[in-house]
Design a protein. Structure first.
Length: 447
């Protein structure tokens, strides 16, 4: 296919995975080693990721838009055995094929930002073959992947769901369509030409597709899921009309793990819910609204080389067959039937185009701008992106200087789109920043 689109069958993928794994083993990698992948997103990268996982080698996947200095900071933490770019990946794929486990023996290592401004690696460790089979079966049984599926990939492969759903499709004997960077027109064309049966989109993808002046009949899917950021009700209803109520699903999860799944009929009965716990999991909330999820042993994780934050994320459960309960500090409430409603994402989190941005990380970088005295980064609602990153700045500095510094030091998704110069930042009586009022103060109520 032209225009960045690749069609990957299960048989072709199996051969490439065996070769990539063989190449990694020949290069000296062993089970438990981390291998950082910076190669171009596409079929070869997906097969390298899956091949590595099926021999217990853990790919480290980072946002493609990171600047070299940002990526180097993550790699210093991950301590990978090797860094694989396009040329290195091509050599790996020429390796001697090796035998693979039936299911991935680990999860990729992704980095997720934190309220401290320092990204943390999510590490699942190595799984036994029985645990690996259970983890794969959980995904396949929930979404019913099979040999007839053609999965359309709309997210980049550094997004955990892209690898999870693509891998489950291929290991179920199905076919995967990889499109390169998301483009709504290309997506519509591939829907017509390739007749996909499943896809995952963040709400920003749906928004861009529905903004097209013309679009094809979208009723050929059996499953369309969305997650990653709140979906406005008008967009949700438009998607249900376009794809079919029984086809459209929502789920709630994070890089660390998955919480819920919700069909559209359930959502229509309970507008605003993100659904009930996935099979084999149990939800609860604390008095302050913190959401916890009890998970099986194969869904365990820790924060790489950070026992303190790992301990904060987990607590024991009363179920001896469970690994415990984890939280990502989202707030919500459960109704009497077990349906979860989110009251807010982690206190400061900005979700823009389905990608998490923590203000503390951006503030830490921009604090080095000459003349800047104080800065507060916050999110403002945006029809296209869900939220856009904004900044309020105090000091002898202008907005142009902030934008220029951000271009040089931050990946595009982290750069403030709007910069407002203010005399002072709003704080509480104890001096704590009142970040939650900045959007209303600077952009008007409801922003």
């Amino acid at each position: 296919m032209t225009d960045h689109t690749e069609v990957l069958t299960a048989d072709d993928a199996e051969d490439r995975q065996r070769r990539a794994a063989g190449g990694l083993l020949a290069a000296g990698a062993t089970a438990g080693d981390r291998v950082a992948l910076t190669a171009t997103s596409g079929a070869d990268l997906l097969c390298t990721v899956l091949g590595a996982l099926r021999v217990g080698i853990v790919p480290v996947l980072t946002h493609a838009g990171l600047l070299d200095a940002e990526r180097a900071e993550l790699f210093d933490d991950a301590d990978p055995l090797m860094v694989v770019d396009d040329a290195a990946m091509a050599r790996l794929l020429e390796g001697t094929p090796t035998d693979l486990a039936p299911a991935p023996l680990a999860r990729p290592m992704h980095y997720t930002s934190g309220t401290t401004g320092r990204a943390k690696g999510v590490w699942s460790g190595l799984l036994s073959e029985s645990e690996a089979a259970a983890l794969l079966a959980e995904e396949v049984d929930l979404w019913h992947f099979d040999t007839d599926d053609v999965h359309l990939v709309c997210s980049p492969l550094y997004h955990s769901v892209a690898v999870r759903w693509s891998g489950a499709t291929l290991l179920s004997g199905g076919t995967v369509v990889l499109q390169g960077p998301f483009d709504a027109t290309r997506t519509m064309r591939n829907i017509v030409d390739l007749a996909p049966t499943t896809t995952f989109m963040v709400p920003a993808h749906l928004q861009r597709c529905f903004a097209l002046s013309e679009r094809p009949d979208l009723r050929g899917f059996r499953l369309v899921a969305h997650a990653g950021s709140p979906c406005p009700e008008p967009l949700k209803r438009a998607a249900a009309d376009a794809f079919g109520e029984d086809v459209l699903w929502e789920f709630y999860g994070s890089t660390e793990g998955q919480f819920t799944a919700c069909s559209t009929p359930e959502w229509f009965d309970r507008p605003g819910t993100v659904g009930r716990a996935r099979p084999g999991r149990l939800l609860s909330t604390d008095d302050d609204g913190t959401v916890w999820c009890e998970v099986p042993h194969w869904a365990r994780f820790e924060y790489w080389r950070d026992p303190e934050r790992t301990a904060e994320a987990w607590r024991p459960s009363t179920n001896p067959d469970a690994h415990g309960e984890f939280t990502v500090r989202d707030l919500g409430r459960l109704d009497d039937d077990g349906y979860l409603y989110l009251d807010g994402r982690r206190d400061d989190l900005i979700i823009t185009g389905g990608v998490n941005v923590y203000p503390a990380e951006v503030e830490r970088v921009l604090a080095d701008i000459p003349g800047l005295a104080e800065i507060a980064v916050f999110g403002v609602d945006d029809e296209r992106w869900g939220q856009r990153v904004c900044a309020a700045v105090v000091g002898d500095v202008d907005a142009a200087a902030v934008h220029e510094f951000a271009r040089d030091h931050l990946a595009p998704h982290k750069r403030p789109k709007d910069v407002r110069i203010v005399d002072q930042l709003p704080v509480t009586a104890t001096g704590k920043l009142r970040r939650n009022v900045l959007a209303d103060q600077l952009f008007g109520p409801g922003s």
